[in-house]
Design a protein around this ligand. Structure first.
Ligand code: ADP
Length: 233
């Protein structure tokens, strides 16, 4: 029996205007992702991968079409409700980590917990750091950590509020292969625990870890390994 999709993009488009010129970053993308899937989004630079991720994260809104996640049409949420929704539903990991530079590793992980009103934020943050193997680095600033360590802190932060959806934009793009491997293991562990993962990558080897690979080109889905037949271009 087909499952209700956890993430649904229904003819979602994103058009940017640059003076008189229109840039179609996403062109009527329809995509269903089932809870528990690990999906890699691939395609050349500029094909719309980050735009797609930003729509699903509710960071950006489509120009037309709909983004529905766990039954919620994101268009129905105002900015404040969207921020609240994001905090409880989505964890995001970026290529350049985006940790707050003046906060320690522990404080960075603690922040989303505090914002969500978690009663035992410090303890939970410690447990999360332990889970990514960085309990011993808890009081270091990001600048005192390696890239791989910073990304592990960022993953701990992304998972802080137990989001059902983990989004990642080139999470291994700035790491050496050993650190990249460690990071991918953490994604695997989260996926194993039931987290749905959407991971944008240029790297075919990283994409191959996913269950499903969706390929974009010029803002359109040109291949989807979940379909038997690739959509016509
Ligand atoms: P990718 O992540 O695959 O490299 P993006 O989603 O970043 O692609 O970008 C898709 C297209 O949209 C590109 O042509 C890019 O230049 C354009 N674009 C992205 N963001 C903006 C923006 N804020 N303003 C104008 N054009 C943008």
């Amino acid at each position: 029996m087909p499952q209700t999709p956890f993430v649904r993009l229904d003819r979602a488009s994103k058009v940017y205007r640059d003076g008189k010129r229109e840039i179609v970053a996403l062109d009527q993308v329809t995509l269903d992702i089932t809870a528990g899937e690990w999906v890699a989004i691939v395609g050349p630079s500029g094909c719309g991968k980050s735009t797609l991720l930003n729509l699903i994260a509710g960071i950006d809104r489509p120009t037309s079409g709909r983004v529905i996640i766990a039954g919620t049409d994101l268009a129905q949420l105002d900015e404040e409700a969207l921020a609240r929704w994001r905090r409880s539903h989505v964890g995001i990991v970026f290529q350049f980590f985006q940790l707050l530079p003046t906060l320690t590793a522990l404080e960075n992980v603690q922040l989303p917990l505090v914002l969500a009103g978690h009663r035992n934020a410090r303890q939970r943050a410690r447990e999360l750091l332990d889970r990514v193997g960085l309990a011993h680095r808890a009081h270091r600033l990001p600048s005192e950590l390696s890239g791989g360590e910073q990304q592990r802190v960022a993953i701990a932060r992304a998972l802080a509020n137990d989001p059902p959806l983990l989004l990642a934009d080139e999470p291994t793009g700035n790491l050496d292969s050993a650190s990249g491997e460690t990071v991918l293991h953490l994604f695997h562990a989260a996926w194993h625990n039931g987290t749905t993962i959407l991971l944008v990558t240029h790297d075919r080897d990283v994409a191959a870890r996913a269950q499903r690979i969706v390929e974009l080109r010029d803002g359109r889905v040109v291949a989807d390994s979940a379909s038997r037949v690739s959509p016509a271009r």
